[in-house]
Design a binder for this molecule. Structure first.
Ligand code: ZN
Length: 340
């Protein structure tokens, strides 16, 4: 089968199209003929290497939609010919966290396409329980643009930060995949949404449903939030920008506010004034990926048309290397979808 594969870590140029052996499903696994797979920032981290180590040679791609073509032994509840979208989370199913339904905390937690061979190929193998049936009226390209970003945003805002209707939310880096999903989810939850982005993306972020879009090229978003909320601040900040804006993002919180962090794009260190933490009684919360229940809940909302995956472009798999370069250059709004 054809696959976008790399044999060493490096820039977009290490990703090449090659002919490789078709994988075979083991017990409890399914073989899926990929119809569409989308590119996430995670794929860039995996390609670059450190701090992420993966198998070599490696096929990336965590977000996959396609058709089941073969079943391994002991597979139930999935049939050949099913249209499916895959849950990118892979967990042991046995540890205390799995038993509590919290797969992202699993001791053996892995992500499809990061720790295993992913969907930038004609076929991919995945655990049978990762398959979620895709309704006939949902295009593969739409479904493939959703799992990682909507799952992550749902867990961060609804699961971890426990966002409620009537609250105020600040979403930083709002043109990012998870962040743009967070804007939609916060809006759906009945919150007032403030979003920070840069000049090229202001209009698109507004169209996603943000109530107030702050252009970081023009204003200090922290000061702006303070003024616009009458020196109150917001109830929830959802952030993955990290080092560059952490201290300012934290200052945007109201008393008893919650800061939920799901990434650290600009660097891993954040400055925290402990006096702010205890005096304002702030809660700092980490979040990554989604549980099986959260994945299914948010995907159902996508299937129902209440959340809309943002597709940047749909390109043939042959352009995988170019897609890496495009995402890396920050020219993307939404997910790039590749089709074999
Ligand atoms: Zn587990």
């Amino acid at each position: 089968m054809r696959a976008a594969i790399f044999h060493e870590n490096g820039g977009p140029e290490v990703v090449r199209i090659e002919e490789v052996a078709r994988p075979e499903p083991q017990a409890g696994e399914i073989l899926v003929e990929v119809a569409a797979a989308s590119l996430n920032h995670l794929d860039l981290w995996v390609r670059r290497g450190l701090p992420i180590e993966t198998t070599m040679p490696h096929i990336g791609g965590s977000d996959v939609a396609g058709v089941v073509t073969e079943l391994g032994a002991e597979v139930q509840g999935v049939a050949v010919g099913d249209r499916v979208v895959l849950d990118p989370s892979i967990s042991c199913g046995r540890c205390e966290w799995c038993r509590a339904g919290e797969a992202p905390l699993c001791r053996e937690y892995r992500i499809l396409g990061e720790h295993t061979q992913g969907g930038f190929a004609e076929f991919v193998v995945a655990p049978a329980r990762s398959a979620f049936t895709l309704p006939d009226d949902v295009p593969f390209e739409q479904a493939a643009a959703a799992p990682l970003v909507f799952g992550t945003a749902w867990r961060a805002l609804i699961g971890q930060a426990r966002l409620r209707a009537g609250e105020t939310v600040l979403v930083t880096g709002a043109s990012g995949g998870v962040a743009s999903a967070a804007v939609q989810i916060a809006r759906l939850a009945g919150a007032t949404v403030y979003a920070v982005t840069s000049t090229p993306h202001v209009q698109r972020v507004r169209e996603l449903g943000a109530d107030v879009v702050l252009n970081r090229d023009e204003v200090d978003f922290s000061r702006e939030i303070w003024q616009r909320t009458g020196k109150r601040g917001v109830d929830v900040v959802v952030d993955s920008v990290g080092e560059a804006t952490f201290a300012r993002a934290l200052r945007c919180l109201a008393r008893a506010g919650r800061m939920v962090v799901y990434g650290a794009t600009t660097g891993p260190k954040g400055e925290l004034d402990l006096r702010q933490l205890f005096w304002k009684q702030i809660r700092l919360i980490g979040s990554t990926m989604a549980s099986e229940g959260q994945f299914r809940t948010v995907m159902q909302l996508v299937f129902d048309g209440r959340l809309a995956p943002v597709v940047d472009v749909v390109w043939p798999l042959d352009r995988a290397s170019e897609a890496h370069a495009r995402l890396e250059a920050g020219e993307v709004f939404g997910n790039i979808v590749l089709t074999p």
